[in-house]
Design a protein around this ligand. Structure first.
Ligand SMILES: [Zn+2]
Length: 446
């Protein structure tokens, strides 16, 4: 299968590491010259940028967060301290909603657009897309960068894009244009398959050959269910406004990080040190610029609040040398019970046990009550038909799978410090259906 940037994607490890360090040096220099935030920070902390010569030295610099960015832009102050190009060079302005609901501003130059698009283009090609593909993008356009820069990536790959933005498009779009791929999310694909069946188009016999799932983390079990529903491979893509675009290749052995275009470090929970190879850590991102390139928002050590671990830095069976990471999970979707943690994805894994899917739609929501020491997890599962349901089978599958690799939770469950209650709800009866926006599937109500 072809590559988008043959030489770069297959670069030997040593050369790649050397290139990353070279780009870090240029990026840090660019920060000092162009970023009001970093110029001040280097001065106040007496950092000589020439001392930052490799990725290890990034640990000398502060880890910043969305909060830091919000504190350095209106209304907090009257300028954008992370903006690091003149207005003349800014091509687009974006906003992402922070956890507080106040949007963070992002500025992109045309160089940024091309860098973002190249990351997606590499992923698309590694998944087997080419100029004969016609792809519906169900990611939102608007102020997000994902859908727009994916559309530019399609131009680089040569494929046609149908920019729907939402997954509520009429089924005839797939038929009329013989669409070959869709970018969406696990749950969008499940709903769409249902709509297609209602309209007499079997997803397994449609023109669709590949699906790309992004936007939120998912369990391998839910991916397997969607692959079965559509009888096509589902590839994972992970991206953010800040520029972490990583994609799975057709071998599906972790997401390739385009190491020459963005630098990712994995930090311990205190954000002080890198975690050991293979261990789970917080994804901390650093912009990487090639000499002479310009960027609108430069980030050094940006805490994405997502966690992952490195699968391998060895050459992938696809031929690419760039490192592979596990599907990232949101820290905000992780909760702590009896001194141990679990993520929304752990709940999802238990829902999507194969034998459950005879009875369930896959939609679920979970609420956590009680305290850190004594907690109750109440899970609501949407059933296809409440009159045709083997509650005991689903319950047993769920609990067995949920507690399987969670020994402390399992022990807490045995002694009564952690209860799991499962409810079955009819179609469209879950609480999140009444709320706007992205469903919150694990809610901590303690
Ligand atoms: Zn690969």
């Amino acid at each position: 299968m072809p590559y988008f940037q043959d030489r770069m994607e297959k670069m030997p490890r040593d050369d790649l590491d050397w290139l990353v360090d070279e780009r870090i040096r240029y990026t840090v220099k660019y920060a000092e010259e162009n970023s009001p935030f970093y110029r001040k920070w280097f001065r106040n902390n007496r950092i000589n940028v020439l001392d930052i010569s490799s990725h290890e030295d990034l640990r000398e610099l502060p880890v910043i967060s969305g909060k830091t960015i919000l504190g350095k832009q209106p209304p907090e102050i009257n300028q954008f301290e992370f903006k690091c190009a003149n207005w003349d060079d800014i091509y687009t302005i974006h906003e992402t909603s922070g956890t507080s609901g106040v949007p963070k501003s992002f500025f992109l130059t045309w160089d940024d657009w091309n860098r973002y698009a190249e990351k997606y283009a590499r992923a698309f090609i590694s998944q087997g897309f080419n100029s004969s593909d016609r792809v519906i993008v169900c990611a939102s356009y608007g102020m997000n960068v994902g859908a727009s820069t994916m559309t530019l990536a399609a131009q680089k790959v040569g494929m046609a894009i149908i920019p729907e933005g939402k997954c509520t498009f009429p089924v005839r779009i797939i038929k009329n244009y013989e669409v070959t791929g869709i970018v969406g999310s696990i749950f969008k694909f499940i709903h769409l398959a249902g709509r297609m069946k209602e309209e007499g188009l079997d997803p397994q016999n449609s023109s669709i050959q590949k699906l790309i799932a992004g936007g939120e983390s998912f369990a391998e079990e839910s991916r397997a269910y969607v692959e079965e529903l559509w009888d096509v491979p589902v590839y994972n893509i992970y991206g953010s406004t800040e520029g972490t675009m990583c994609g799975e290749c057709y071998k599906k052995v972790g997401l390739h990080v385009p190491e020459d275009l963005v630098h990712l470090d994995l930090y311990d929970p205190q954000l002080k040190n890198f975690v050991d190879e293979g261990e789970c850590g917080r994804i901390v991102l650093t912009t990487l610029l090639n000499e002479g390139e310009r960027t609108g928002t430069l980030l050094l050590n940006y805490d994405t609040e997502d966690t992952s671990s490195i699968v391998s830095r060895d050459k992938c069976p696809c031929g690419r040398t760039h490192m592979r990471i596990l599907n990232p999970q949101r820290e905000a979707e992780t909760v702590w019970v009896s001194g141990t943690s679990f993520n929304r994805v752990d709940v999802e894994r238990a829902v999507f046990q194969r034998d459950n899917m005879e009875y369930l739609t896959g939609e679920y929501e979970a609420f956590l009550y009680g305290s850190e020491k004594e907690a109750t997890l109440r899970v609501s599962l949407e059933s296809k038909d409440l009159n045709h349901l083997d509650q005991e089978v689903v319950q047993e599958n769920f609990i067995k799978s949920f507690l399987k690799y969670k020994r402390p939770l399992s022990e807490a469950n045995l002694v009564g410090d952690f209860d799991i209650i499962i409810n079955f709800i009819g179609p469209e009866g879950l609480e999140f259906y009444k709320e706007k926006g992205r469903p919150k599937r694990l809610v901590d109500r303690r």
